[in-house]
Design a protein. Structure first.
Length: 113
């Protein structure tokens, strides 16, 4: 199976503006931001989508959420932020590699989408 754009970014084959990185994930700035702060929190272990995740993926998925909090604190997002995970074409998933969108620095509306 060919590498996703995220795997190419992780492997440094494609450049990206990296906000944070550790041994399990990378956090990059979205190239088409929907908010003044729009980051993508991407696991280095590829998981096609949340609907394909298994119990074995729980540690890495939990790490993505903890990382969101770490990055939000680093960026002083005390007023709040939104996390979004798209799964499948009806949810506007464009890359088949789980990632969490972190959006902030604007008032969010409800319902989203």
């Amino acid at each position: 199976m060919p590498k996703t754009i995220f795997q190419k970014i992780i492997d440094r084959e494609i450049p990206a503006k990296i906000e944070y990185e550790d041994d399990r994930c990378i956090v990059i700035h979205d190239i088409k931001p929907e908010a003044p702060v729009h980051l993508l929190i991407i696991p280095k272990q590829p998981i096609a989508r949340i609907g394909a995740a298994t119990a074995a993926d729980e540690p890495v998925l939990g790490h993505l959420l903890v990382t969101a909090g770490v990055v939000a604190k680093k960026l002083n997002l005390a007023n709040g932020f939104r996390l979004v995970i798209n799964s499948g074409p009806d949810a506007n998933e464009t890359v088949p590699h789980v990632h969490v969108h972190l959006l902030a620095k604007r008032q969010m509306t409800w319902p989203p989408g």
